[in-house]
Design a protein around this ligand. Structure first.
Ligand code: HEM
Length: 462
């Protein structure tokens, strides 16, 4: 009884004037249904109850928002009233520290100002050589008719690209250590997201011990790269870390070593996992639809022939870019974005207290028939016309929006198009439907069971 009334008071006494939502269990509310099948649950509740759905997650009041104007209010107009979700952040705070992804307030603003130039200038364009040549190195290992799971291939490739472009590092031991640590982190995140309860990091579960060991490994690698860079100087260096080390705030102060460590780990992990997932989902869809793959390959052959792709070719690879956009519509790697209100707020005629968890789900928005005809169908052509400009701003948001929009958006799109192009120049792929694959909503949307493809050599030689 006591627990029940405590939970009720957490939800708030005026809960009669709340948006509609599914009735939950005593005490646990909607937590069990949500935890059992997150994607199914949010899709079904949004369909049934509308654009504002009121949820009770074991006493935590939560609001699932799918109204594009309300999303704009939260992420842009009133963004100061919302922070990243504290509970979700506890899973990753030890890892990302005060890096951009998890930082807040004035400290976040300063970091974002310092980091922005590294992702904005012409410099970005020069990473094409590294992206294309590392992709060729991966393809050199593949053989005609080989059956492979593309997801680990994409993870390794985007990791190598991140190490090269962020740190100018190709050292095999760095890559192997980072790869190992990143895999342990992903495995631990998956099991944390499957667990209905939050177990503090200090509890010595085997997964927690692996998690801490992985963090130590990343810290060691990143610290040694930073120390090496300090010793050798930044002259002639064009990687992102060097840009961050050179950056100065208005008072002329550089980033501290602790912040550099947090930022380097954040960029490394935030950048490579999401991009690898976007590419894996794209190859699943391309493997299932040979006619779309053929049209993409034809565009690439037309624009490039046999020559290597550069960033200057991207504006002419319109269909290939549309394939990437459409794949992130159907399978957005960042399938949900979480916030928490720090003050009271009003939405859709309802008044809400501080401390409400807000869920915004690109997965739901991108499948909304109000914005996308036949939303379940993979149809890259829809992006060939004016759709991107005609849609409401938050109907399509694979990179988020507002001041906290993905800092790596331009880099990720460039990387995705160059990798797709280079791969399609050399291989075609058939999806192996015998391997079961299920979309699994961990921190990012993962293809559980893998994306198995049979690859066929196109006989192109460079
Ligand atoms: C297809 C690839 C990518 C996707 C789908 C993606 C998605 C996102 C999304 C949705 C957010 C906003 C999260 C929120 O508002 O809560 C975000 C933030 C962020 N992303 Fe990405 N991202 C991708 C690639 C990258 C790359 C390549 C980098 C860096 C190299 C990167 C670094 C970051 C950082 C640092 C933030 C936090 C920005 C801030 O809060 O100031 N991402 N990303």
């Amino acid at each position: 009884m006591v627990l029940s009334s405590l939970l009720q008071s957490r939800i708030g006494s005026s809960s009669s004037h709340r948006p509609p939502g599914p009735k939950g269990l005593p005490f646990l509310g909607n937590l069990v249904a949500f935890g059992r099948d997150e994607l199914g649950f949010i899709t079904e509740t949004a369909r049934r109850y509308g654009d504002l759905v009121w949820l009770n997650l074991a006493g935590w009041p939560a609001l699932l928002v799918s109204d594009v104007e309300a999303i704009e209010t939260i992420l842009v107009k009133d963004h100061d009233n919302y922070i990243k979700h504290r509970l979700a952040l506890r899973h990753v705070k030890a890892l990302f520290g005060n890096g951009l992804l998890t930082n807040e307030g004035e400290s976040w603003r300063r970091q974002r100002r310092l980091a922005a130039p590294a992702f904005a200038g012409q410099q970005l364009l020069a990473y094409d050589t590294a992206i294309v040549s590392l992709t060729h190195q991966m393809l050199d290992r593949w053989t005609n008719d080989q059956v492979l799971n593309i997801h680990p291939e994409m993870m390794e490739l985007t990791l190598r690209i991140a190490a090269k472009t962020l740190f100018d590092s190709e050292a095999e031991w760095d890559i192997a250590d980072i790869d190992h640590a990143a895999n342990d982190l992903v495995t631990e995140m998956e099991s944390r997201f499957k667990r209905p309860i939050l177990i503090p990091d200090g509890v010595p579960l085997p997964g927690h011990l692996r998690y801490r060991r992985a963090i130590r490994t990343l810290e060691r690698v990143v610290s040694s790269i930073i120390a090496e860079r300090r010793a050798s100087g930044l002259e002639g260096r064009y990687d992102v870390l060097s840009r961050l080390m050179e950056a100065r705030d208005e008072m002329g102060k550089p980033m501290s070593d602790a912040l550099l460590r947090d930022e380097a780990i954040t960029l490394l992990l935030a950048g490579h996992d999401t991009t690898a997932l976007a590419l894996s989902w794209t190859w699943l869809l391309l493997g299932q639809r040979p006619e779309i793959q053929a049209r993409m390959a034809a565009e690439i052959a037309d624009v490039l022939g046999d020559r290597l792709a550069t960033t200057h070719d991207i504006p002419r690879l319109k269909y290939t870019e549309s394939v990437a956009l459409e794949s992130m519509r159907i399978y957005p790697p960042a399938w949900i974005i979480g916030r928490e209100s720090i003050g009271t707020f009003k939405l859709g005629g309802y008044a809400f207290p501080a401390g409400v968890t807000i869920f915004i789900s690109p997965w739901i928005l991108h499948r909304d028939p109000r914005y996308f005809a036949e939303p379940e169908t993979f149809r890259p052509e829809r992006w060939m016309g004016n759709l991107a400009h005609e849609l409401p701003r938050f109907a399509y948001m694979p990179f988020g929006g507002g001041p906290r929009i993905c800092i790596g958006q331009r880099f990720a799109m460039m990387e995705a198009v160059l990798i797709l192009t280079t791969m399609a120049q050399r291989f075609s792929a058939e999806w192996q439907s015998g391997h079961k694959m299920t979309p699994f909503p961990s921190i990012n949307l993962r293809p559980m069971g893998g994306v198995w493809l049979k690859v066929k050599d196109r006989q192109t030689r460079h």
